[in-house]
Ligand binder design. Structure first.
Ligand code: SAM
Length: 288
């Protein structure tokens, strides 16, 4: 089947997706975008771009199905080991000290753009490894994504061995059960994580958080959208709370007072605790 779609129609789809979801398909992703849209039209027997546009405007389900085809969901367990090392060896001990006398002792973490679940489960495993008596803590890891297909996989929590790259043999033994050729996340880890669909372009307040992981999600957003989201993250964090971004992302050019904390090979962003004064410079806090 041959399909016809004009540049103008493709541009209209691009603008619709940017407006509703924040995802920007710029010139560098032009070929990816137009070939995925054409593939979708073939699969739905839509001959003309106007047919697709009409359906996307009239039906949310159709709009979401097209967006699902365009999402990049590359992820893995402990994707950047240095980040998780900093989380375990610096951030969690700091939060442990801060909250030790709290009753109930709670820890709230958001994995924003969690894809198929590897990131929030890596966070939960780090918590189980790092916090003494982690059962005595009320740990809540909220994991959200725009992709309902990715969330279905995340909720199952079952992975192929080859996807467990950075999981150590000890962690594999402690936190996964083998089921045939696959490995299922054990209930102890699973219970810490709740999954829900959420579009970050229309993010809702989830209550105060100790840490927010938003890694490799905002790279596809416009600068304006990215800045506004980072400002929201700042407001949502507890004083002394941390924002974790992907390697190629930073909070520079955003008028928020995060402290950049250099930790081994990575930079973490901390919201100043009440009495601390932001001096604009990166803090280098020990080595890992
Ligand atoms: C490349 S993956 C990153 C996954 C994980 N954070 C990591 O670093 O391994 C990007 C994820 O962001 C999600 N995403 C993209 N736009 C989004 C939006 N507007 N709201 C919520 N999630 C979004 C995608 O569905 C995808 O699962």
């Amino acid at each position: 089947m041959t399909v016809s779609i004009t540049e103008y129609e493709l541009e209209e789809i691009r603008a619709l997706i940017e407006r509703r979801s924040g995802i920007l398909f710029d010139a560098s992703r032009e070929r990816f975008f137009s070939s995925r849209v054409r593939e979708y039209m073939v699969s739905k027997h839509l001959a003309h771009g106007t047919d697709l546009l009409r359906r996307m405007h009239n039906s949310n389900v159709e709009y979401e199905t097209v967006v699902e085809r365009l999402l990049t969901q590359e992820t893995s367990f402990f994707r950047y080991p240095a980040v998780f090392e900093a989380f375990q060896r610096k951030v969690l001990p700091e939060l442990h000290m801060k909250k030790f006398w709290e009753n109930p002792r709670s820890l709230r973490i958001w994995s924003a753009g969690c894809a198929t679940g590897e990131e929030p489960y890596s966070i939960a495993i780090s918590v189980a490894d790092a916090l003494m008596f982690s059962e005595a803590w009320n740990v809540e890891i909220l994991a959200t994504d725009i992709s309902k297909n990715a969330l279905k996989i995340a909720q199952q929590g079952v992975y192929r061995r080859r996807n467990l790259g950075h999981v150590s043999p000890r962690q594999l033994d402690a936190y996964f059960s083998a089921t045939g050729n696959d490995y299922a996340v054990k209930p102890r880890i699973r219970r810490m994580v709740s999954f829900a669909p959420m579009n970050l372009a229309q993010a809702v307040y989830l209550g105060r958080l100790d840490c927010i992981f938003c890694m490799n999600v905002m790279i596809y957003f416009s600068a304006e959208r990215r800045n506004s989201l980072i400002q929201h993250f700042y407001e949502y964090l507890e004083p002394g709370g941390y924002l974790f971004l992907g390697h190629s992302e930073s909070v520079s050019n955003v008028p928020v007072k995060f402290e950049s904390v250099v930790c081994g090979d990575c930079i973490l962003y901390r919201k100043p605790a009440g009495e601390m004064i932001y001096r604009g410079a990166a803090l280098v806090e020990g080595t890992l």
